[in-house]
Design a protein around this ligand. Structure first.
Ligand SMILES: C[S@@+](CC[C@H](N)C(=O)[O-])C[C@H]1O[C@@H](n2cnc3c(N)ncnc32)[C@H](O)[C@@H]1O
Length: 453
C-alpha cells in the first residue's frame, strides 16, 4: 500500500447527519440563513451526498415544531447550551425515520455515528436511546395521541403567522400552510431571443427532461422533476434561466415599449432585470440598483451569462440624491424588500427567521421606497409594485394607502384571468394554487400604477 492510498483509506467519510445538525443549529439558534449555511456544510460533503444533506436540512426546517414535539416526549430534560447541536441531531434522526425512505436501523446508526464526528461520544448513548425508543414507539404506534395539538405543531408554522393567514384568508389558510410544506417545482424561463418556449420544450424532450406544463401568460416551463442546471440545453449560453412562473409575470406586466427608460430599483440578484432585457431588447436603457453591493455581483454574473447590458448601481432606493442623474423613467419595477412569506416552500427557514415584529418595519421601508421612486417616474409612466409576500399589509393595504395619499396614482387592471374579488387591489398569487390562471406558482403580489400627471 502506498502512503497516499494509506492516507486516503484512513480518512473517515464525512458524516452527513453531523453536517445537517450543524446547519440546522446555525439557522435556528444563530439566526443565519439556510441559503448561506447549507452551501458551507455542503462544501465539506462528497458530491454524491449533497442532495441528501439538502433534503435532511430542508425537512428538519419544514417540520421543526412537530419533530421537537416528538423529541420532547422522549426526553426528561431538553438539551441546552453546548449540547444544542445534539438537539438538532435528534431532530435529524427523527426526520429520517418519519419522512425518508432510509431503513430505520440505518437512520439510527448513521445518526448515532455523528456523535463521533461531532466529537462528543458521551452523547452516543443518549442519541441511541432516544432514537431507538422513537422507532419502537412508532412501530407499535403507541406515540401518545393528544386530543388537540397546538396549531403551530399541527401546521408546522409559527403561531403569529398562522393567525395572520387565518385572518387574511379565512377560507384558504389551511391550503396556504399546506402548500408551504411542499417541495417547490422547478420553473424555467426561456430566453425568447434564442427560442420560443415550445422550441425549447423540444430541446428538453431530446435531452430526456420531462416537462409538466407551460404557463399560458409568461410561457414559463415547469419541469416534472428538479434537474441540475448543467443538464439544461444551452444553460451556459444563456438560452434558459431558473425562475418561478410568478416572478416571470413581472416583465410581462411591466409591458415595456421600444425606447423606454427603465428602472429596476431593488434588482439583486437580477432575475427580473434580465428577463425585462431579454423580452425588450429595444428599450433605451435599464438601470438596476440595489442597496446590497455584495448581491450586485450576482446581477453582473447573470447579465454576463445572458449577454445583456444594464447600468448596475449600488444605491439606496429611499434616497435618489445619491445616484439619480435627473432623467425620469417611463417604467419602474419596484420588487420590494418583503417578508418572503410567499416563498416559504423554497426557503423554509423564513418561518423561523422572520418575526412578527419585522412586518411593520418592512411596511415602512416599502412605503419609503414607493414614495421616492414615484417621484422618479414620468407623468404617463407606470410603476409595477411586486412582493413575494402573502400578507395584505405589505400588498393590497400598502397600495390602497399609497393611492389614497397620491391623487396622481391610478390603479391599472392586471390581466391575470382570475376575476379580481370585489374590492381586491392588485393580483395576489397564492403559493401552489392551481387554477386556470395560476399554476403552482410561488406566492407573489403585483399592483400596476399609472402616474396620471
Ligand atoms: C425581493 S429582492 C429583489 C429580487 C430581484 N428583483 C430579482 O428578481 O432577482 C429585494 C431586494 O431589495 C434590496 N433592497 C432592500 N432595501 C433596499 C433599499 N433601501 N434600496 C435598494 N434596494 C434595497 C435587497 O437587497 C434585495 O436584493
Amino acid at each position: 500500500m502506498t502512503t497516499n492510498t494509506a492516507q486516503i483509506n484512513k480518512q473517515k467519510p464525512i458524516n452527513i447527519r453531523a453536517l445537517a445538525a450543524k446547519c440546522c443549529y446555525s439557522v435556528i439558534d444563530k439566526g443565519r440563513s439556510l441559503n448561506d449555511e447549507l452551501p458551507k456544510q455542503q462544501s465539506k460533503a462528497d458530491v454524491k451526498d449533497k442532495g441528501l444533506l439538502q433534503e435532511v436540512c430542508y425537512g428538519v426546517l419544514r417540520y421543526l415544531p412537530e419533530l421537537e414535539h416528538d423529541v420532547r416526549a422522549l426526553m426528561q430534560k431538553p438539551l441546552t447550551g453546548k449540547q444544542r447541536v445534539f438537539h438538532f441531531l435528534l431532530l435529524v434522526g427523527v426526520y429520517q425515520i418519519k419522512y425518508m425512505r432510509i431503513p430505520d436501523h440505518a437512520a439510527v446508526s448513521e445518526t448515532v455515528a455523528a456523535t463521533g464526528a461531532l466529537k462528543n461520544r458521551q452523547m452516543k448513548a443518549l442519541i441511541n436511546g432516544v432514537l431507538r425508543n422513537f422507532v419502537r414507539i412508532s412501530e407499535n404506534n403507541t406515540l401518545k395521541k393528544q386530543e388537540t395539538l397546538p396549531a403551530s405543531i399541527e401546521y408546522n408554522h409559527p403561531s403569529w403567522f398562522i393567525k395572520k393567514i387565518q385572518h387574511a384568508y379565512p377560507t384558504k389558510w389551511q391550503q396556504i400552510l399546506a402548500a408551504n410544506q411542499q417541495k417547490p417545482p422547478m420553473w424555467l424561463r426561456v430566453n425568447q431571443q434564442h427560442h420560443s418556449s415550445t422550441e425549447y420544450q423540444n430541446l428538453l424532450t431530446t435531452a430526456e427532461i420531462d416537462v409538466n406544463t407551460i404557463e399560458p401568460f409568461s410561457h414559463a416551463i415547469e419541469l416534472t422533476r428538479p434537474t441540475d442546471v448543467t443538464k439544461l440545453p444551452g444553460f451556459d449560453q444563456g438560452w434558459v434561466s431558473v425562475q418561478d412562473a410568478a416572478a416571470q409575470q413581472a416583465a410581462r406586466l411591466l409591458d415595456c415599449q421600444g425606447g423606454d427608460v427603465v428602472l429596476d430599483c431593488c434588482a439583486a440578484p437580477g432575475g427580473k432585470t434580465c428577463h425585462i432585457l431579454e423580452k425588450n431588447p429595444d428599450i433605451a436603457s435599464m438601470t438596476a440598483i440595489d442597496v446590497e453591493e455584495s448581491r450586485l455581483v450576482r446581477v453582473e454574473e447573470n447579465l454576463a451569462r445572458l449577454g445583456l447590458k444594464a447600468k448596475v448601481i449600488a444605491a439606496d432606493a429611499t434616497n435618489s440624491k445619491t445616484w439619480w442623474d435627473g432623467q425620469q423613467f417611463d417604467r419602474i419595477l419596484l420588487d420590494a424588500p418583503c417578508s418572503g412569506t410567499g416563498v416559504i416552500r423554497r426557503h423554509p427557514d423564513i418561518k423561523w427567521l422572520r418575526k412578527a415584529s419585522d412586518i411593520d418595519a418592512l411596511v415602512t421601508l416599502q412605503q419609503q421606497i414607493l414614495k421616492e421612486t414615484w417621484s422618479l417616474l414620468k407623468p404617463g409612466g407606470t410603476l409595477l409594485y411586486a412582493t413575494c409576500s402573502v400578507l395584505p399589509q405589505e400588498n393590497s393595504e400598502q397600495i390602497k394607502q399609497f393611492i389614497k395619499n397620491n391623487t396622481n396614482a391610478q390603479l391599472l387592471t392586471i390581466d391575470c384571468k382570475e376575476k379580481p374579488e370585489k374590492e381586491f387591489i392588485g393580483w395576489q398569487i397564492l403559493p401552489g394554487e392551481k387554477t386556470p390562471g395560476e399554476k403552482n406558482m410561488d406566492g407573489f403580489y403585483y399592483a400596476k400604477l399609472l402616474k396620471t400627471k
